[in-house]
Design a binder for this molecule. Structure first.
Ligand code: HEC
Length: 333
């Protein structure tokens, strides 16, 4: 642009007016390298395009009359109260481009500060017109077609990923070890634009997802913890008359109790978690016939947990049949 600034250029107010065309032949009369001129004219036309011509037209037809009536008394026709002048602009583009001035106008008019309270006030419709013009022509906002801009697709950084997995899945996944370090920008490691997703990391994400799900979600149905206490672990003050039974149980771990002697044995089970426990008592009643000897072979088995009777039954002549007594009891650590 510098090279041609000394040639007569259209004044700024002509831009956008129907008289001004990017007329090469007119300027070409001044002998300038046509290449330089051409590039200048193209630039000039591009700059002219930046001015919102409809906005400028609207200013003349709709806005200026409002300002003239309600503002020029103090901000026009040579007055500049508060150093604000609303009728002197170097060009249309300078007028429409003075965002600082029009923002102040918008704020003051909308807040009812201008015109001052004692002066005639523009009707609401005119205020609205002025507001709309500032928003659309000066700030180029378009409520009917808002442009939200580009949204960065975000990914979690290593710290956020680890915390999220811990909160959601209840397991600690060591992202420091599994993922490469995150890039940082402006000293922060959580800027969406900087946290890119290279294919290598995506592959690591897929592997991580599988690992995490495998660890967090059991593949087989949950089996409650089982604790077996063998008969031999039961002991009692009243003795364990194993020698007096006529038939010994087959298992070496079993506890043998006599049909003929009362016995009370116990064992302590410490519950780790509070809850309802299912108890299974596994036993057998054995007896043997002895010729010419009368014997009822009767016994009563009472099973208690925490003093509560869970099973009580008379057994007689069971022939060594295996029996199981199921019951449940609540327990707490
Ligand atoms: C009767 C005189 C008068 C009229 C009419 C008037 N103003 Fe003002 N205006 C003032 C004065 C005085 C100040 C400076 C006061 C101040 O800065 O506190 C001012 C300041 C301003 C400012 C600057 C405020 C700031 O925060 O920087 C703006 C913008 C403004 N006026 C816009 C308008 C507009 C738009 C109209 C018409 C709708 C208008 N004024 C009508 C007297 C007037």
């Amino acid at each position: 642009m510098q090279g041609v600034s000394k040639f007569p250029m259209p004044s700024a107010t002509q831009i956008g007016s129907p008289n001004f065309k990017c007329d090469l032949s007119h300027l070409g009369a001044v002998r300038v390298s046509s290449l330089l001129l051409a590039s200048c004219v193209i630039l000039w036309c591009a700059a002219a395009g930046a001015v919102d011509t409809t906005g400028v037209k609207k200013f003349r037809t709709e806005i200026q009359p409002i300002l003239k009536e309600y503002c020029y008394e103090c901000h026009g026709d040579g007055t500049d109260k508060g150093k604000v002048v609303l009728d002197q602009f170097a060009s249309d583009s300078a007028m429409a481009g003075d965002q600082d001035l029009w923002l102040r106008v918008l704020k003051n008019v909308r807040a009812g500060l201008m015109p001052p309270a004692k002066k005639p006030q523009p009707p609401a419709a005119h205020k609205l017109q002025l507001e709309q013009w500032i928003k659309t022509a000066v700030f180029q906002t378009d409520a009917s077609n808002p442009d939200p801009g580009r949204v960065t697709v975000r990914r979690l950084n290593r710290v956020a990923y680890r915390n999220t997995i811990r909160d959601l899945m209840g397991l600690d996944f060591d992202t420091e070890k599994e993922f490469p370090p995150d890039d940082s920008g402006h000293g922060f490691d959580n800027i969406g634009d900087v946290l890119t997703l290279p294919p290598m990391l995506l592959e690591k994400y897929l592997t991580a997802a599988k690992t995490i799900v495998t660890r967090a979600v059991p593949a087989v149905p949950g089996v409650p913890e089982e604790m077996i206490s063998v008969g031999r672990n039961f002991a009692g003050a009243e003795g364990l008359a194993s020698s007096r039974t006529n038939r010994m149980a087959k298992s070496p771990n079993a506890l043998n109790l006599s049909y003929y002697e009362h016995a009370s044995v116990s064992n302590t089970f410490k519950a780790v978690h509070s809850g309802k426990y299912q108890l299974l008592l596994d036993f057998a009643a054995n007896e043997r016939f002895v010729d010419n000897q009368f014997d009822y072979n009767k016994c009563r088995l009472v099973f208690k947990a925490d003093g509560r009777e869970l099973h009580s039954k008379e057994y007689t002549r069971e022939g060594g049949r295996r029996a199981k007594a199921r019951s449940s009891n609540s327990a707490a650590p």
